[in-house]
Design a protein around this ligand. Structure first.
Ligand SMILES: [Zn+2]
Length: 613
């Protein structure tokens, strides 16, 4: 007790001292957005376009018109303060506004809001460097990216800066930026654009900026929350990190958050670096206040992301412009993408209980899209297929009705035994007609639904050339799914916890489907027995197939893993406690067992012991 009291007194003294020199403090307010992904129109709770009906019930979030109001009103409140409005990248791709108009309206809306700078996100290269160059030309504020090296022959050469310096009276703030180095795999930057290591680049850039007499450095990054923490740990001199790319919600009050807002990570000199990011899809406006001392060191950093729900009235002029742009999109939905020779069955009753032709089409299209990346298997939840397509001409509107969620293609590597565990999850609620039923490509499985959930998989085979071989429980397979399931949706927790080398934000699924139909038109829907029910299978017969022995093995592995747990992206102690004990409050048990000093900070890849309830 005495010790606490003494240290309390000590810090009080220190605070008084700093207050004494407060005249030199510099306050900076950072309003920030990231991963907007073309949500020009408002979104619903699933992050897809909000319907008129949902709007009528005040159930919409975000959208560019609501963002305009939120930023305008916050800037008005801060009119005598220092404010930066930043975007951490990935404005491109994600709705028919982008498909139809590409970047032009994004530039117009962002110019009207008055951003100060934007990071290049990987999706800014989705239509090649040409579209990005057009976008930058239309912007009235700079784009920054330091580790992106553009050759002289690319259209973006000389169009963006490695960093910029903003002046607030006598105070200067540098904004430096980095982009994920695997952008050549996740997008289409072309051959003449190189991505150099973020940490190496930033160490040099900080030296250069400090040598120019600037002692306040903001990193506006597009590398994801985990990499942001690695950067903070590895590089001295960065004062604040404003990030994007991983679509991470940070909050100190929302239990669904992956970490606190701001997340503090110690740099090599032992100083706390505040890291912020604001989810995605225009749903939140990040709002951070940073106070720097005279030497440019951060004294305090505080704030919260603001949820842009129906309480924020969308800006009237922006709303009118969005409506005007939206009218021709209705036309786009009529665009013919190909033909189908027969009905493609996406009905709920079939796709949530057995192989269906829509499941085969969507899963085949997923594998086809990323087969060059070593992906051989796709698993799609039957519940994610929302409609059938009738015979004859297929329109873009129909593709969107089948896949309305604006989900993206996710790819990762997964062990054979974990694939079996995923199938067990998919088969665990057939009785209820749950959406998790696994439609597949590149593999064949049989199941027995008379067995208890968790032991229904009878055999699993994977495609090998033109034939099929037994799945190897130890082998790593390249798997594609949608970003919802990859994040653990529909009970596919194993994808989130055991998936390796994951990338969750590939092309939109509806585009993957439309492109595949176009390529194979006229498309002939089919089922081929890749999923078969062997109800009441004799145990002896089942035991003969090699895969049958892998199912219990996988179940054991999962049971064993329940005691040791490896933290994956998007985890929080709360989430792990809910998954383990069915009670989020029991996070304290895990924190105690692992002697966690700051339970808000658990690192990806960290091993946690999960004590018995
Ligand atoms: Zn990204």
């Amino acid at each position: 007790m005495l010790k606490h009291l003494r240290s309390g007194l000590l810090s009080a003294t220190v605070l008084t001292l700093s207050a004494g020199v407060a005249f030199a403090d510099f306050e900076l307010n950072i309003l920030h957005t990231n991963d907007f992904h073309s949500r020009i129109e408002a979104i619903n709770k699933y992050d897809s376009t909000c319907s008129a009906e949902e709007a009528g019930k005040n159930e919409c979030f975000g959208g560019i018109a609501r963002m305009k109001t939120a930023i305008d009103s916050r800037k008005a409140e801060l009119k005598d303060a220092n404010v930066l409005v930043l975007d951490a990248g990935d404005q491109f791709q994600g709705s028919l506004f982008y498909t139809t108009y590409k970047s032009a309206p994004i530039a117009e809306f962002m110019n009207g809001i008055g951003y100060d700078a934007m990071a290049i996100g990987n999706h800014e290269f989705d239509d090649g460097p040409e579209e990005l160059a057009r976008f930058i030309d239309a912007l009235k504020f700079p784009m920054v990216s330091g580790n992106v090296l553009a050759g002289l022959n690319t259209p973006i050469a000389d169009k963006y800066k490695p960093y910029i310096i903003k002046e607030f009276g006598a105070d200067k703030v540098a904004i430096v930026s980095v982009l994920a180095t695997d952008t050549d795999e996740t997008s289409s930057p072309g051959n003449d654009v190189l991505f150099i290591d973020e940490i190496g680049y930033l160490k040099d850039a900080v030296k250069e900026i400090e040598a120019a007499g600037v002692n306040k450095i903001v990193l506006l990054s597009h590398v994801g929350y985990v990499k942001d923490q690695e950067i903070a740990k590895a590089v001295d001199g960065i004062d604040v990190i404003v990030g994007g790319h991983s679509h991470t919600l940070l909050s100190s009050t929302d239990e669904k958050a992956a970490g606190p807002y701001p997340t503090l990570v110690k740099n090599p000199s032992g100083k706390d670096v505040p890291i912020v990011t604001a989810y995605a899809y225009s749903k939140y406006l990040g709002d951070l206040k940073v106070v720097f001392d005279d030497a440019g060191a951060v004294k305090t950093a505080e704030g919260a992301p603001k949820l842009l729900d129906a309480s924020v009235t969308p800006d009237a002029a922006y709303t009118a412009k969005v409506a005007e742009l939206g009218a021709p999109i209705e036309e786009l939905k009529k665009k013919e993408i190909g033909e189908t020779a027969a009905v493609i069955d996406g009905s709920r009753e079939v796709c949530r209980a057995a192989e269906c032709s829509m499941g085969n089409l969507v899963a085949d299209a997923m594998v086809d899209r990323v087969k060059d990346q070593g992906v051989t298997i796709a698993i799609q939840n039957g519940g994610g297929l929302r409609a059938s397509i009738d015979a004859g001409t297929v329109t873009m509107g129909e593709a969107l009705t089948v896949l309305p969620f604006q989900n993206t293609l996710a790819t990762f590597k997964l062990k054979g035994s974990d694939i079996v565990a995923a199938l067990e999850n998919g088969l665990s609620q057939i009785e209820e007609g749950a959406g998790r039923f696994p439609q597949v490509s590149g593999l064949k499985y049989t199941f027995d639904k008379t067995k208890p959930a968790g032991s229904r998989v009878v055999s699993v085979e994977v495609k090998d050339g033109d034939g099929f071989v037994a799945l190897d429980p130890e082998k790593l397979y390249g798997v594609a799914t949608n970003n919802y399931m990859r994040a653990g949706g529909d009970g596919y927790k194993i994808f989130a916890s055991a998936g390796q080398n994951a990338y969750d934000f590939g092309p939109g699924l509806e585009t993957v489907l439309a492109d595949y139909i176009a390529k194979n038109s006229p498309y002939k829907p089919y089922t081929d027995g890749r999923i078969a029910e062997v109800s009441g299978a004799a145990p002896a017969a089942a035991a003969e197939t090699p895969a049958a022995t892998t199912a219990p093995a996988a179940a054991e592995a999962v049971a064993a893993a329940a005691k040791k747990y490896t933290v994956s992206l998007g985890d929080s102690l709360w989430k792990i406690a809910v998954a383990t004990y069915g009670d989020g409050m029991l996070w304290t048990k895990i924190a105690e067992a692992n002697k966690l000093k700051n339970p808000n900070l658990i690192g990806v890849g960290e091993e946690l012991e999960l004590p018995a309830k």
